[in-house]
Design a protein around this ligand. Sequence first.
Ligand SMILES: [Zn+2]
Length: 465
Amino acid sequence: MKAKFRKLSLLSLLILLLVVFSLIVSTTKQPPVNQVKDTVSSASQTNPSPQSGSASTQIVSNEVQQQALSYYDQGLKLYYQKDFSEALSLFNKALFLNPKCYQALNGKGATYAFQGRYTEGIDLIKKALNLKPDYEYGYFNLGLANELASNWSDAISAYQTALKLDSHDTWAYYGIASIYGRQGNVDQTVNYLKQAIAIEPDARETAKTEHDFDPVRSSAEFQALLQQTPTSALQGNTDSSSKKNSLMFVLYYHSVLTEKGNPIRMPPEQFEEQMRFLAEHGYNVLTPVQLEQNLRGDGQFPPKPFLITFDDGYVDNYTNALPILQKYRFVATVFIVSSYINGSGFLSADQLRSLQSAGWTIGGHTATHLDLSEQKPDQITAELQTSRETLKSILGQDVLYFAYPYGKHNDTVIKKLQQEGYRMAFTTEKGWVDSRQNLFLLPRVYCYANMGMDEFIRRVTCPDY
Ligand SMILES: [Zn+2]
């Protein structure tokens, strides 16, 4: 969802805001604009700010909290559609019911920032963070609001905090890259943009038309990053003239949990809708072992084959995803960071064994989630060995499959994986698995919260989505 916003260049957004503003100024007597204005002002009249009422000191019942969150949800949708005045009115409704609804404070703050009310917006987001100090989306919006306000160093530091809380936040990397881009800092722009692209390859397309990168656009490094062809296409296809023969797709998730504004957490009801679609349309789930056999030419693919994968080992893979998958008789693969096992929010050793018994495949994702392409050979070996031994001692069997943290790899990393006995590895490059697939550069189809069923169906039915 954040992606949607970042996809609009900040410059074009500012232009848009200016146009909207000048429309309001020049046509205040025309009914449509007045209607918009009325909605905003009536919202602010009927909904006092969180501090002004006695409600802030009252305990808010569960039911009311839920109603507030539901207003927030509706508001967030409108915010993403850039309908800021309607979004604001819904965030205000949420805050009227529950002044401590930190999500709504955060949403309202970001909306204000887009309306040019930077100081007020930043204050609201900070209030949300006081209520919920580990709120990743709060830090992301704090970065965004400061970026919109041109407070570059505050923006970078907020985005950095967001990344500490969630190292997969593509658009936080992208935000930092775009700030360095405007400052003409080629090295840092390329450094951060590369990390965004590693997680979400679509970021490359967005960057191609992003005016924030204009000051660095002509540099060789930046051009090289934009032009890069996915390595899977280069190394998997030795004969570039041959026609692609897409065989199947590998779905790629992290967490299955409802957390508004966090794209890596797929709400369970959306996850279920996706699984139901696959089940009702005759798709056949594979295990990595079956995939490997088929790719090596030892077996036959069933019709409509696919694989389900989860990265990082979130506890909700067990509590939320497993029951849904069992309902549709699907199994999945989870790539575990071994030092996260038994950690808060992550799978325990017992849960890993239960998943294994349920037919799931447990794969490797290093010991500490490092970018392996940046490590010395010894460190790569240590990461691979430690994680593999830990998993082996828990599961009583070998770990054969791997996913690269941040999707990052190079020839040394691949060689080390092969030496350590891994048999296939998954990247974050977008696309379907091809008949000439390099087994250590398997692409995956990324699934994120609120992607919508149309987009999901597009990705699982069009190999060149
Ligand atoms: Zn990961």
